[in-house]
Write a protein that binds this ligand. Structure first.
Ligand SMILES: Cc1cc2nc3c(=O)[nH]c(=O)nc-3n(C[C@H](O)[C@H](O)[C@H](O)COP(=O)(O)OP(=O)(O)OC[C@H]3O[C@@H](n4cnc5c(N)ncnc54)[C@H](O)[C@@H]3O)c2cc1C
Length: 408
């Protein structure tokens, strides 16, 4: 380990890994070190992710970030010599009548952006997801009223959406960077950064948890949901810190419903934001808990599945009545409170401090674009590939938030 580096990256998840590769690939000549406190790369949020990607978005910034990222991920296995399970299985949002009428208005935007999408009728949805019943006549009327079920009126389907393994991609990024830039790149595992040090607000270096001090000319904070703690420990005031909270999100692995054809379903989002996709002979099911309190708890709850997911899912898909949990886990969203979108770029009050945080539920799918954008900002002073200015930290003070309508 050196006494100082030209650039330090804190966090070895998919965002830090993408930043590392892109910064070197863009021609940054200086020494770069990535510090990850875990025993291995990308074992936190990036490993807990559903890894889904989509290009169905309402906002320009999310469309641009995801279009770039999906194209990049398409050839990742070949380019980085590592399997990442990239698979375009499609993505299907289903809607009740009121929301359906609003969502249909986004179709021309998607067409104009070159995004392939289809508006599906209830019958077409039933064909794509075996056993799903779009109406409510098969349900007990008391349950319909109690749970607020309505008939599904339409669906938005994206054939170019799918999923991949973000932690495998993180390893691919880092291993290739180490292979190609071995003389100017170091990756230190089991190395926790305790705080960032500044000199008159300019980045000066870091202090590790073992007490060692290391100089740094520039610094990228990619510490996922722990970034806010790190910045607070480094002396940033609340109004200078990220408006981001850690929020538990859970995924459940169950057996498949009792109908054939689940190998070919798209990732499907139904009532109450329940989403599911095929996962090597099983079903992966998730639902964001609207009652979840912020915090670092990562314990999964079977009761949550039994009370808040399964009963609603089996009303919509009676064949899912015997989908029993085989495995489950929880991870943390870094939830950007004002608008649920990422924060990227240099901190306006701390020269040399670059932020790549707050990705909420879509940090895996934008990681390739986030890395390339950050690298361009650092090496060339402005964005070239994707104009990521809408994600700047200053947007909160300016009240210029990202408005995204196509959300789970
Ligand atoms: C259940 C769940 C499902 C999700 N599904 C999707 C999805 O389908 N699609 C999608 O795009 N996104 C999804 N996400 C979100 C996505 O996984 C994250 O946005 C993304 O992985 C964030 O990557 P990251 O590198 O910022 O964070 P992380 O992967 O958490 O990496 C941060 C790293 O920083 C390290 N670190 C922290 N503090 C320090 C320190 N002080 N010193 C050194 N190292 C430190 C941590 O150990 C960690 O490895 C999901 C998230 C969850 C929890």
């Amino acid at each position: 380990m050196r006494d100082s580096y030209d650039l330090v990256i804190i966090g070895g998840g998919v965002i830090g890994a993408s930043a590392l590769w892109n910064i070197k690939a863009q021609g940054f000549k200086g020494n770069v070190a990535l510090f990850e406190r875990g025993d291995a790369l990308a074992e936190e949020t990036s490993a807990k992710s559903a890894g889904a990607f989509r290009n169905l978005w309402g906002s320009r910034i999310n469309l641009d970030m995801c279009n770039y990222s999906i194209r990049f991920l398409e050839t990742f296995e070949k380019d980085f010599s590592i399997p990442i399970g990239f698979h375009k299985h499609g993505y299907l949002f289903t809607f009740y009548e009121k929301r359906w009428n609003e969502i249909k208005a986004y179709k021309p935007n998607l067409d104009a952006a070159g995004v392939r999408s289809e508006l599906l009728s209830p019958e077409e949805i039933e064909k794509r997801v075996p056993g799903l019943k779009a109406g409510v006549s098969h349900m007990d009327p008391d349950i319909v009223e109690f749970a607020g079920f309505e008939p599904i009126t339409g669906g938005l389907f994206g054939p170019d959406c799918g999923s991949f393994d973000p932690s495998a991609a993180a390893k691919g990024y880092v291993e290739r960077t180490e292979r190609e830039y071995s003389s100017s790149v170091e990756v230190h595992l089991r190395t926790e950064v305790k705080r960032i040090e500044f000199d008159n607000n300019k980045v000066k270096g870091i202090e590790l948890s073992n007490g060692r001090r290391i100089g740094a000319g520039m610094l990228v904070v990619a510490a996922g949901p722990w970034s806010m703690q790190l910045l607070a420990a480094s002396g940033l005031r609340d109004d200078e810190n990220l408006p981001v909270e850690p929020l538990k999100r859970q995924l459940f692995i169950t057996n498949l419903p009792d109908v054939p054809g689940y190998e070919h379903i798209p990732l499907t989002i139904i009532d109450r934001g329940i989403y599911f996709k095929y996962e090597t002979g099983n079903l992966q099911i998730g639902r964001a808990d609207p009652e979840q309190k912020p915090g670092f708890d990562q314990s999964p709850s079977l009761a949550y599945y039994k009370d808040e997911v399964a009963p609603y899912m089996q009303e919509r898909i009676p064949a899912a009545a015997h989908c029993n949990v085989k495995n489950m886990w929880a991870g943390l969203y870094s939830m950007t409170l004002p608008d649920h979108n990422g924060i990227l770029g240099q901190h306006p009050s701390y020269p040399g401090l670059y932020l790549a945080n707050g990705w909420s539920g879509h940090g895996a799918m934008v990681a390739p674009a986030a890395g390339v954008a950050l690298a361009e900002l650092i090496t060339q002073g402005s964005y070239k590939t994707v104009d990521a200015r809408p994600l700047r930290f200053e947007r909160f003070a300016e009240q210029d938030l990202v408005h995204e309508e196509i959300v789970i």
